[in-house]
Design a protein around this ligand. Structure first.
Ligand SMILES: NC(=O)C1=CN([C@@H]2O[C@H](COP(=O)(O)OP(=O)(O)OC[C@H]3O[C@@H](n4cnc5c(N)ncnc54)[C@H](OP(=O)(O)O)[C@@H]3O)[C@@H](O)[C@H]2O)C=CC1
Ligand SMILES: O=C1OC[C@@H](O)[C@H](O)[C@H]1O
Length: 382
């Protein structure tokens, strides 16, 4: 058997998801049946101090030889790094990704990819110029569960998809938990609000089932009708609900309707009500558990067939489950090794289309972030 190819990661930022992702990178890939890739973490950077990067690496159990940097600029200059994983707040993705692209690095950037579609387009243009991978880290797309759902649709099992209903709401008690307004979930300066943080998953489920599964020639951006409730009258949203209509020729099944809803103050569906329902003419697929990381599917067909599946995240024996972020890491690594510049299950065109939908939702809801984070000027101090 050929020995695995090594991909060397640099971690940009040291917050919550950076730690989860880094720990997942260190899970042995053979525990999930992957034998051709090996991930190593060669460096992490904190914008606040080198010592913060050092304590992050210790917290993640990284090798003592892993480099710690006190600035993102030093990280992107490190010649030992293949891919930079960007894990800053939404407000910072555009500036941080541009920094890494200018340095010629491959990039996996957390969701929501950017603040608006114009920024996403500029990053794509820069990635083309530099001939590097640029991938939005919507981890859910890379789960075996998501692959199963898309394949079931593409195999025609439920007939042409006709309607998708998707809810990613998390009751966070924001007025108490984020009372001072500084937390990235509610702070407009950091691109806060339900839509960009949580609503992206409601839209992900709709796009990966109603859009991505269509033949490329049939994919049409949807019409959008949005209702937006602002968080304490600010530029961030608390609850957003959207009706989408994906135009499709009658011969292929006609238009597809979708409802996406998200909230950071109202409860989500819980474990017994599906977070996502994908309805076709012959039946439906229900997806249970949190929309970002679901754990159960139920296929129900008009002929009476019912097929339920449980989906756990693999991990090393005795160490509990991995979080599941390694699937997207494997895909980013494969793309680099194969010379691809886009993610297999979420490419540039689809990321930009989703950003355009979120722009339109914000336009209808009168949600505008501060100019300094909406800008495409680079560099801009944040
Ligand atoms: N895929 C998933 O499941 C999840 C994805 N996310 C996404 O990851 C990103 C980060 O979220 P999360 O880790 O929860 O956020 P955190 O607030 O925990 O961490 C963000 C990090 O960004 C860096 N940073 C740089 N500038 C700023 C600034 N002005 N204010 C705050 N932080 C700053 C800091 O690291 P340093 O000081 O080291 O520079 C900070 O620790 C977001 O895009 C979010 O949507 C979040 C949670 C789950
Ligand atoms: O990406 C995410 O997924 C899980 C959520 O709890 C978190 O707020 C969000 O950023």
């Amino acid at each position: 058997m050929a020995s695995p190819k090594t991909i060397r990661w640099g971690i940009l930022a040291t917050g919550g998801i950076a730690a989860t992702f880094t720990k997942d990178l260190l899970v042995d890939p053979t525990t999930r049946g992957v034998s051709n890739i090996k991930h190593i973490v060669v460096a992490a950077a904190s914008s606040s101090s080198k010592s913060r990067a050092e304590s992050f690496l210790r917290e993640c159990d990284c090798d003592a030889s892993t480099a710690a940097y006190g600035s993102y600029e030093e990280l992107v200059r490190d010649p030992n790094i293949d891919i930079v994983y960007i894990a800053t707040p939404h407000s910072h993705h555009y500036q941080n990704a541009m920094l890494a692209l200018e340095a010629g690095k491959h990039i996996l950037c957390e969701k929501a990819f950017t603040i608006n579609a114009e920024q996403a387009k500029k990053l794509v243009a820069k990635a083309k110029e530099k001939n590097v991978l640029l991938m939005e880290a919507v981890w859910t797309r890379y789960f075996p569960l998501s692959i199963y759902v898309r394949e079931t649709i593409q195999n025609g099992v439920i007939g042409p998809v006709s309607r998708v209903i998707s809810d990613n709401s998390v009751s966070m008690n924001p007025t108490v938990k984020f009372a001072d307004g500084k937390h990235r979930m509610v702070n407009p300066d950091l691109g806060g609000g339900a839509l960009l943080d949580l609503g992206i998953y409601s839209l992900t489920w709709i796009f990966q089932t109603a859009y991505h599964t269509q033949a490329p020639g049939l994919r049409q951006p949807p019409e959008v009708l949005a209702a937006v409730k602002k968080y304490r009258g600010s530029a961030a949203d608390e609850t957003t609900t959207v009706v989408l209509n994906f135009p499709r020729p009658e011969s292929a099944g006609g238009d597809i309707h979708a409802i996406a809803t998200t909230s950071l103050s109202l409860a989500g569906p819980g474990s017994s009500i599906p977070a996502v329902r994908i309805q076709g003419t012959k039946g439906e697929i229900q997806v249970f558990g949190p929309a970002p990381r679901p754990n159960r599917t139920k296929l129900m067909l008009a002929d009476g067939t019912i097929e339920e599946k449980a989906w756990s995240q693999p991990g090393p024996e005795g160490q509990g489950q991995g979080q599941g972020m390694f699937w997207e890491a494997d895909e980013a690594a494969s793309a680099v090794l194969e010379g691809r510049k886009e993610g297999k299950y979420l490419g540039w065109e689809e990321t930009i289309t989703i950003m355009e939908v979120m722009d339109e939702i914000r336009r209808q809801g009168d949600l505008k972030y501060p100019d300094k984070i909406e800008t495409t000027e680079y560099p801009t101090a944040l």
